[in-house]
Write a protein that binds this ligand. Structure first.
Ligand code: HEC
Length: 198
C-alpha cells in the first residue's frame, strides 16, 4: 500500500509538474489521421504529427544542411590567391555527418502524408516562376508516387555523401554533393518551378 501511495503521489507530481500547457500540441489543428495499408502491415500515420509544413522542412532540415555539405569543399580567395578549403578535423567531419542525417531524416518527413506545403494563406516570392502552395498541393494529390520517388532519391544521394564522409574522402564528398543538387532540382522542376514559364 505504501509503495502504491508513493508511486501514486509521484504520478501526481509528474502530471501537475507541467505547468506549461503550451508544450502540448494543439490537437484541434492537427490534420485528420490517415491510415493506409502497406501489404499486410497497416501503417498508422496517425502516430506522426504532420503539422510542420513542407516549406518548413525545406528551410529547417534540408536546405541549411545541403548548403553545409556543398560548402564543405570550396575555393577561397585571399591576398595570396585561391585556396581549396576541405574538412580537416574530426569535428568538421562529424558536423558534416549530422548534416547528411538531417537530409536523410528530412526526406523521411517529406514522405509522411498529411503535411501541408506551406502555412494557410502563404504565397511565393516569384509567383511567375514558382507554383503557389495550393498548386503544389494539387500536384501532390494527383501524383504522390513521383513525390515519394523524388524524396527517396534525395535520400539515396545523401547516403552517398554519408559514404564519402565515413571514408573521409574529400574527392567523393565533392562528387556526391553534385548528386544531392541533382536530386533537389529533379523534384523542384516537377513540383515547384513553373516549367511552362521556362
Ligand atoms: C520531394 C521533392 C523535393 C525535394 C527532393 C526537394 N525539395 Fe525543396 N521544395 C519542394 C517543394 C514542393 C517546394 C515548394 C514549397 C513552398 O511553396 O515553399 C520546395 C521549396 C524549397 C525551398 C524554398 C522554401 C521557401 O521558403 O519558399 C528551398 C530553399 C528548397 N526547397 C531547397 C531544397 C534543397 C536544397 C533540396 C535538396 C537538398 C530540396 N529542396 C529538395 C520539394 C522538394
Amino acid at each position: 500500500m505504501k509503495t502504491f501511495l508513493t508511486i501514486f503521489s509521484m504520478f501526481l507530481l509528474v502530471s501537475c509538474g507541467d505547468d506549461n500547457p503550451g508544450n502540448q500540441p494543439d490537437t484541434t489543428t492537427l490534420p485528420e489521421p490517415v491510415v493506409e495499408s502497406a501489404g499486410n502491415t497497416p501503417v498508422l500515420y496517425a502516430e506522426f504529427n504532420t503539422s510542420i509544413t513542407i516549406r518548413d522542412v525545406m528551410n529547417t532540415f534540408i536546405d541549411p544542411s545541403a548548403d553545409a555539405l556543398w560548402q564543405a569543399v570550396r575555393f577561397e580567395m585571399d591576398a595570396t590567391g585561391a585556396h581549396e578549403v576541405v574538412p580537416e578535423t574530426e569535428e568538421e567531419w562529424e558536423a558534416l555527418r549530422k548534416h547528411a542525417i538531417s537530409i536523410i531524416e528530412g526526406a523521411n518527413a517529406l514522405m509522411i502524408p498529411g503535411r501541408h506545403v506551406a502555412a494557410p494563406g502563404s504565397t511565393t516570392e516569384f509567383p511567375a516562376y514558382e507554383y503557389l502552395p495550393e498548386e503544389v498541393e494539387a500536384k501532390l494529390a494527383e501524383d504522390r508516387l513521383s513525390w515519394l520517388g523524388f524524396a527517396q532519391s534525395l535520400q539515396t544521394s545523401a547516403f552517398s555523401v554519408m559514404g564519402a564522409i565515413n571514408a573521409r574522402d574529400v574527392t567523393r564528398l565533392g562528387e556526391t554533393g553534385g548528386l544531392v543538387d541533382q536530386a533537389c532540382e529533379n523534384c523542384h522542376s516537377q513540383y515547384w518551378y513553373r516549367t511552362e514559364s521556362l
